[in-house]
Ligand binder design. Sequence first.
Ligand code: SF4
Length: 280
Amino acid sequence: MITDNESAKMLSSHGVIQGYNGIAAVDDKNQIVVWADAYGDINEAGHLPQILQDLEKQCKDAGISEDIVHTVAITADSGFHNEVNMKYCIEHEIDTYIPDNKFRSRDVRFESSGEHKKKTANWRPVHSKKYFAPEDFHYNHKKHTASCPAGHPLRLNMKNYKAEDGKYTGDRFRGIEKVCRECTLRDKCIRNPQTPFRQVTFFHRSIEGPDFLNMAKEKFDTATSRTMYSRRMGTVEPVFGHLRSTKGLNHFTLRGLKKVSTQWRLFCLVHNIGKLKLCW
Ligand code: SF4
């Protein structure tokens, strides 16, 4: 059996495959790949600080810029939105636009997006049913009390519930079975008709210091940030599309991190040569 200990299991459109993750940083003006490397790791987000440091060094060595990460705006998809990355970018004052994975649900422009999906012969717009979210309940975290949208007090089920390695503390509440069964708002509150009562958990941050995730979210929830992020799709995705469909790199054909990384960079280099030819 042939094995490659440096590779990892990757989720792909063909299911889970053993392989590598090719990552690239692309400039938005000419779609030149300015940095590329491959990782035997499904968690590409864990490499962002290293990617930014490598990018900075590479541009410095090439005489492009002494401080590239502080002279450009950087966008990345929501997979890169985590506490470590946001902390790194905020503390190093790097102008990043990296959304969390719920950013579309907060954007009114996506409210009717379901209507534009898969228009087939029998297509009907999908209006998913909205249920009460924790924000629709009233919660007092100092008194550990809560009431539901129908105005009924909830029972405290679990106090100071810890989540995300203790970063968040929460209180879990449940409705009163008899009240929930007879409630006129039950349809909007409980998904499964067999469920006897509603449960809801409220979290609040329990560690000292800045909340980097929220700071990043607040920065992202502005028209300028969203416009900036919307450019990402037309910047990096065509490069991946070009490498896959025109250059034929549907999968890496070598084994071992060093060889795969070289293969990935060579393909990016060939892509860049094509782009440079267009510029001249
Ligand atoms: S179903 Fe229960 S928790 Fe939900 S609104 Fe009605 S009484 Fe309140």
